[in-house]
Design a protein around this ligand. Sequence first.
Ligand code: PSV
Ligand code: MN
Length: 430
Amino acid sequence: MTALISEDLIGSLNAQASAAQEDDFGALARHLARRGIDIETVVTRAMAWSVAVPTWGVGTGGTRFARFPGPGEPRHIHDKLADCGVIQQLTRGTRTVSPHIPWDKVADWNALRQEAAQYGLGFDAVNSNTFQDQPDQPLTYKFGSLASADPATRAQAVEHNLECIEIGRALGAPALTVWIGDGTNFPGQQSLTAMFDRYLAAMEAIYAGLPDGMVLLLEHKMYEPAFYSTVISDWGSSLIAAQALGPKAKCLVDLGHHAPNVNIEQIVSRLIHVGKLAGFHFNDSKYGDDDLDAGSIDPFRLFLVFNELVDAEARGARDFAPAYMIDQSHNVTDPIESLMSSAMEIARAYVQASLVDRKALAEAQAANDALGAHRLLKAAFLTDVSPILAEARLRQGGAQDPITTYRASGYRGKVAKERPAVKGASSGIV
Ligand code: PSV
Ligand code: MN
């Protein structure tokens, strides 16, 4: 296994913090014991938790106005894997990466799989990309891809997705995620009905190429890049398509892809009900698809989403095994720091949701005790589970404080010397 950050440094910083960690962990153990919760059970859950890091997230993002590259940006998938390896080494809660094709294309996928394993990483869902044109691509996606009016363009987009399935097979990935930007900017530009029909027919061809054990994740998004209509704009369209395609097609919820103020946790509950929730893209937002760091704007909403997820897990909901991924754009921070912080915030929400007294909650709900029920959720949300998260990292060889350790390691300065600065102005979502 390749250690990207010095194990000695991790060990000495952990040692400096160990008295405080022991003290805080002991206090939390006693507090939870009074609530009838065994802290060791919760630590075990925290240690088993993992969320996938998006390979595109370790590069500096941008807006449609500008992109301001940072030092030591990853040049290719090999640099991206190293950066993801740092995140896993320090947090121990990001055991897989989610690649994007063709951004991460290589000649030898088996070699890439081994390279990732050197950093203790496996692969989660492969993401296809028919929302951009590639230099060697014969037909443009300007007017759509899987739902394009042109059959040859649709065939090209299907072909790309079939290639992604083969890549996923070589990488040992469990899923293919399809998000398309297809839609319209003008009423009347296309038939809303015909576009959906064409999308479904194209997705059927992709579905037919899935090997056993691989799932097709349909990601919806309300708008952008299309601003009047989007083919798979909401969870309803996504669910209709997933149901039409068959059991291997399921829905992926990106937290930034909904109408403002929509009740996302209720959508999560509905998709679980029909056994069609299979994936998540975590991020946070204030206004739209902001792709801000998970837990940075509305941590209570993140907790409420996890409350549904943990509840489904606890009651053994059928067909429930979602793939958890981060999907963010880091414009003003070091992406490694943002991704570590987000991974810890997501784990925090999961652990907090694990503290909900579900028996007492069911009783309060049966008695129509609205405030009593709400107070049970708040009691879990307001518990500072930081010592549990740190304990889970420490027991797996990670850092007590990943961000401080990362800063002390000088990793960014070191790779900045090896990776030449990206010159010139550019814009774009990634
Ligand atoms: C689209 O906004 C999206 O959420 C999809 O998941 C894409 O794959 C990703 O962002 C690209 O940055
Ligand atoms: Mn997404």
